[in-house]
Design a protein around this ligand. Structure first.
Ligand code: PAF
Length: 286
């Protein structure tokens, strides 16, 4: 099937309705565009699991703080459409801001507790914006499954909570992070890194792997494991740490003792660029 592009809510609903009437199972990969290999993987997994697949492209203003990079967030529609076409996507939904957030828009969604640490703490309002746009996209399209990347693991937890609490009939799937050869998680923001910053950024995944090793070796004192990670990060002078935490993977709350699986999660700044990453650490003998 040829790639269709809808810029209106009515157009997107019409395309989805036709798929549903045809008895097809449907998937949605919500994105902010500037598609990269991480998105390609999301699309690939979704393509395998769904008969009909939509990708939404919308740089959502409500998830950016006033000092954040909404204006400079990369946008590259031609190459996004080319990737969607190559990957067998059926519909690209590229809504316009005025229809998603008309001047009369008053409703926002707040997901509590799972947003209180990590990015939720350092980006006030971010997950309110994410939860709101994801709910809107799910309401507009009504897919059977929606796909999110593990790099944004807290986002997936927020969306799962939203789906559970608001009884949405959609299955949330999380797809593993795609990495460069030195381990740096692929992200739309990587393209803003200069060569030296790009080299320095690789420390992020090295530290997460080191934390995983410490946990696998039986490290139970989260504060101690965390300190080792912070020490390693501090050796890279170009890097400023926003947070490095060991959290419960279900609740995203920091743990003091490692007793089961934990997620090591970090946000750093390299130059002006904010990068996040995380790694699930499961001790063998618990
Ligand atoms: O992960 C993203 O790109 C965004 O947060 C999302 C889920 C598309 C909502 O704008």
């Amino acid at each position: 099937m040829a790639l269709a592009v809808a810029t209106s809510i009515a157009g997107a609903r019409e395309a989805m309705g036709a798929a549903r009437r045809g008895g097809l199972s449907s998937g949605l990969v919500p994105t902010m565009g500037a598609l990269h290999e991480g998105h390609r993987k999301l699309i690939q997994v979704a393509r395998e699991e769904c008969d009909w697949l939509a990708v939404s492209i919308f740089v959502n203003p409500t998830q950016f703080g006033p000092e954040e990079d909404f204006d400079t967030y990369p946008r590259d529609l031609d190459s996004d459409l080319a990737m969607c076409r190559q990957s067998g996507v059926d519909l690209v939904f590229q809504p316009v801001r005025a229809e998603i957030y008309p001047a009369t828009h008053r409703t926002f969604v707040e997901v509590e507790t799972v947003t209180s640490h990590l990015c939720g703490r350092f980006r006030p309002g971010h997950f309110r914006g994410v939860a709101t746009i994801v709910l809107k996209l799910l309401n507009i399209l009504g897919p059977d499954r929606a796909y999110f990347g593990e790099k944004d693991a807290q986002q997936t937890v927020v969306v799962r909570q939203l789906v559970k609490d608001l009884n949405l009939p959609v299955v949330v799937r999380q797809v593993p992070t795609v990495r460069e050869s030195d381990g740096l998680a692929i992200s739309s923001r990587n393209r803003h890194l200069g060569p030296q910053e790009r080299r320095a950024a690789a420390v992020l995944f090295r530290v997460l792997k080191e934390i995983r090793t410490l946990v696998l070796q039986g490290g139970r004192d989260a504060a101690r494991v965390r300190r080792s990670g912070l020490r390693l990060l501090s050796r890279e002078t170009r890097v400023q740490v926003e947070y490095l935490e060991l959290v419960d993977p279900e609740t995203m709350q920091p743990v003091s003792e490692v007793r089961g699986p934990v997620r090591a999660a970090a946000a750093i700044r390299v130059g002006g660029v904010r990068l996040i990453d995380n790694l699930l650490c499961e001790a063998a003998d618990r």
